[in-house]
Ligand binder design. Structure first.
Ligand SMILES: [Fe+2]
Length: 189
């Protein structure tokens, strides 16, 4: 395997995803995006933990950028988790799709939208290799990883360029907003 094989596989997938998005975003189209990323994840040897290790300098969860358009749309990341990581209930302000390569990422979906009070769990889904989960912009989920994971996280828009997204603060008992500022490693070919 080579970097150029990975670049071609990523470019092909993102080209298809751009077309799906162009036709309009709804439950059916994010499902198509999910399926296209599951297909990309079948080339597992191109996306290995050894090439995308968790970065010790951070909190054990590292985002590698694989692709992003010049206008900040269509961002594909690899999230590499050494052991544990969590994200409280939040939305994305754009469509989002998570697809598994290694390990397990527990996703909880919630009944409420941001601003609708304390989130109640709607259902749970474990993302692992061969599976994935897709969200519309105002869907709310939380993530919980134990034992490490490597996953695609794909968004309709570059995370760093998005406005502050909504999250449920358990300690404050209210919805708050947070701008994503954490470092992302640019791994584009
Ligand atoms: Fe999320």
């Amino acid at each position: 395997m080579t970097n150029s094989e990975r670049a071609v596989a990523v470019a092909d997938a993102m080209s298809d995803i751009r077309e799906i998005d162009h036709a309009g975003i709804d439950r059916d189209s994010v499902e198509l995006i999910r399926q296209r990323l599951i297909q990309l994840a079948q080339q597992k040897e191109l996306f290995s933990w050894s090439d995308f290790p968790p970065d010790d300098s951070r909190d054990g969860s590292t985002l590698y950028l694989l692709s992003q358009d010049d206008d900040h749309r269509f961002a594909l990341y690899l999230q590499s988790v050494a052991d544990t990581t969590q994200a409280p209930p939040h939305d994305h302000l754009t469509w989002a799709c998570i697809v598994g390569l290694e390990g397990k990422e527990l996703n909880r979906r919630y009944e409420q939208r941001a601003g609708q009070g304390c989130p109640k769990v709607l259902d749970e889904f474990v993302v692992e290799h061969g599976t994935g989960i897709a969200f519309l912009p105002d869907d709310v989920h939380s993530i919980h990883v134990e034992g490490g994971s490597l996953n695609f996280h794909c968004y309709g828009h570059d995370l760093l360029d998005l406005p502050a997204r909504n999250y449920w603060s358990q300690s404050d008992g209210e919805w708050r907003t947070m701008k994503i500022q954490y470092p992302i490693i640019d791994a584009r070919s």
